[in-house]
Structures are given as structure tokens and as C-alpha cells.
Design a protein around this ligand. Structure first.
Ligand code: DAH
Length: 341
């Protein structure tokens, strides 16, 4: 028995594994239930009582030595695998591909609009999507019986007092004017809601950017120049604009701004419906009633405002034919904007 123990101890001491699997095989051979060492423990009964103490001690030493050896070998091999010290990285391997998402086209265009106005000193402001009647309608000079207040257009959250989802981002200009005295230069991008049937050209949720400029002596000419600058930055330096008379309760005079068609450049095509012009926004001089409603002295200050739909501009820039595409999250559509930032 003692000879056998000594022989196994020697084997344990000289053992060295090249792989984790080898170390495990050694553990099985020595220490598993049917292994060499448990077999010796079984035979221990037959050892004569006089030498039992000595044999028992050696047997326990052998078991401990084998256990320690297996653990040491496994730790050593695992550590060298981690540090990569035994293997050099393969520099010819292709790089690991980390897919990243792309910005939504509406975000791309909104960011561009923001940047264009930030360059000339406008700051971004935001307001709530759930609005009261005052900020969405009354302060903006909408008469009590104006059709836009009708259930057909507005999603009401509560009646009396009226709380609704904002129908335009013009509500934000009211909030800015209530909290700030001129000079004011701000743009307010955001989501708006209208009770419209969903089609290729209309949706009940869409996005607008509102602009507001108030100071002493601001004129219609200032507005025209600001919007021409915007149109050229957005659609290209050869872009022309035209202003057509229009009506909004909160501006006087009011206009609709068209830009020259960036597809055909003038003669007419299917995109501009053979008119050479594309409608992009409403604008006008802020009605003195609105200034007074918001605590700004209309005798001293004047200003202009404008509002545009981000969907419409995006459809025009990227030739998107159906507005519903923006809300469907179809990856085949969204992936086409990967290179846009
Ligand atoms: N709020 C208008 C709309 O939703 C857009 C608009 C038109 C905003 C003229 C303005 C403006 O600030 O001056 O259709």
C-alpha cells in the first residue's frame, strides 16, 4: 500500500497539463469516485492496525496533493488563455461589426432646421403637447366660434375648461412671450395633433417647427430676408421664394411661403404639379392683439412668426410619396437614411 501511495504521489508531483481538458482527465483518473485515490481509501480496511496511522496520514497527504495540483493546473491554464499570452491576435481577421441605428428622417430634417436658425441667433424652446384653450387658441386671437376649435379638428382631453392636444406649435410662442421680454428669437419644434383621416398626405400626428422674432422695429422685410436665408440653406443656394397673401388669426398681414421646385428648378414637374413652386410654410407679422395678450407692449415692439410642417419638407427633400411611411418604422425605409446625420 505504501509503495502504491508513493508512486502516485510522484506521479502527482511531476504532472503538468497542456490543456484544461488534460487537467480534468487527470482529476478523473486520480480523484473521481472510481479513481485511484478513492480505491486506496477503500482498501484501507485491510491495512494492519499497527501501520494504520502512518498509512492514513500518507493517504490524506496524497489526496490533498492531487487536489491542489489539479486546481493549480486549471488556474494556470485559464489565466494564460485570458491574457492571450500563448496566442497572438490574428491581425488578418475582419473587424467585428457593430450595427448602429440610423436617425429617423424627420429627426434629420428637424435637426437641420434647428441648426439653420441657431446660426442666426435663434434659440430652441419647447412647450407641452397637452395644452389649454388659452395657449392653443385664445391668446393667438382665434375667435370663439373659429372652426379650428371644432371637435372635427381638435382632440379634446377635457371639456370646460377645454384641455386638448395642441393642434400647432404656435402655442409655444405664447408661452415664450408670457415668460420673456423682447428681443425674442426662438424656434419651437414639436409634435402636433389633429383629428384628420389618415392618408398619404395627412396624419393625425405630425411635426411642426414654429419660429418667432420680436424686437423694436422688426418689419416684413426682415421676415422675408430671414425666410429667404432659410430656404437657400435648406433647399440650395439657387432657391427662390415667393409670398402669397393668406390668413391666420395670429398674424397680420399673413402669407404662405413657396419655394422654387428643387426638382425641376422652375419649368414644372409632377412634384410641384407643374407650377414650379412648392408650398412650405405659413408666416406673417405677429398680430398686435397677440403681443398684448402675452404681456408684450405692441406700441413698442413688433415681430414676425412662421410655422412649417417637418413631414412636408422631408417628403420634398427625399421624394417620399406617402406620409404614412414616417410612422410605420419599416426598416427597409429607415435604413435608406443611414448616411444622413
Ligand atoms: N400654426 C399654423 C398652422 O398650424 C402655422 C403658422 C402659420 C404658424 C403662420 C405661424 C404663422 O407662426 O405665422 O397651420
Amino acid at each position: 500500500m505504501i509503495d502504491k501511495i508513493d508512486a502516485l504521489l510522484k506521479e502527482v508531483e511531476s504532472f503538468s497539463a497542456k490543456t484544461v481538458e488534460e487537467a480534468e482527465a487527470f482529476r478523473v483518473k486520480m480523484l473521481s469516485k472510481k479513481g485511484e485515490i478513492p480505491a486506496l481509501f477503500k482498501d484501507f480496511k485491510s491495512v494492519d492496525p499497527a501501520s494504520r496511522k502512518d498509512v492514513g496520514m500518507r493517504l490524506n497527504q496524497l489526496k490533498q496533493a492531487a487536489t491542489d495540483k489539479v486546481n493549480e493546473e486549471k488556474d494556470r491554464l485559464a489565466a494564460s488563455e485570458d491574457s492571450g499570452s500563448t496566442q497572438r491576435p490574428d491581425m488578418t481577421m475582419p473587424a467585428r461589426f457593430n450595427p448602429i441605428g440610423s436617425r429617423h428622417p424627420l429627426s434629420v430634417v428637424r435637426n437641420r432646421i434647428n441648426k439653420i436658425f441657431e446660426k442666426i441667433g435663434f434659440v430652441i424652446s419647447e412647450g407641452p403637447e397637452i395644452e389649454d384653450d388659452w395657449h392653443n387658441f385664445s391668446a393667438l386671437n382665434f375667435p370663439e366660434e373659429h372652426p379650428a376649435r371644432d371637435m372635427q379638428d381638435t382632440f379634446f382631453v377635457e371639456k370646460n375648461p377645454d384641455i386638448a392636444l395642441r393642434t400647432h406649435t404656435s402655442s409655444v410662442q405664447v408661452r415664450v412671450m408670457e415668460n420673456q421680454q423682447p428681443p425674442i428669437r426662438t424656434i419651437s419644434p414639436g409634435r402636433v395633433f389633429r383629428n384628420e383621416a389618415i392618408s398619404a398626405r395627412a396624419h393625425c400626428i405630425f411635426h411642426q417647427v414654429e419660429g418667432l422674432y420680436i424686437d423694436e422695429g422688426v418689419s416684413f422685410a426682415d421676415m422675408k430676408q430671414t425666410l429667404l436665408y432659410f430656404a437657400r440653406e435648406m433647399f440650395g443656394e439657387d432657391t427662390q421664394i415667393r409670398l402669397r397673401p393668406s390668413f391666420f388669426p395670429f398674424t397680420e398681414p399673413s402669407a404662405e411661403m413657396d419655394v422654387s421646385c428643387n426638382i425641376c428648378g422652375g419649368p414644372g414637374c409632377t412634384i410641384c404639379k407643374y407650377s414650379g413652386w412648392i408650398e412650405v410654410m405659413g408666416c406673417g407679422m405677429v398680430d398686435p392683439n397677440v403681443l398684448d395678450n402675452c404681456g408684450i407692449d405692441s406700441a413698442r415692439y413688433s415681430g414676425f412668426a412662421f410655422g412649417m410642417g417637418i413631414e412636408r419638407i422631408t417628403m420634398n427633400l427625399y421624394q417620399v410619396k406617402d406620409l404614412r411611411m414616417f410612422f410605420e418604422n419599416d426598416l427597409r425605409f429607415l435604413k435608406q437614411f443611414e448616411s444622413a446625420v
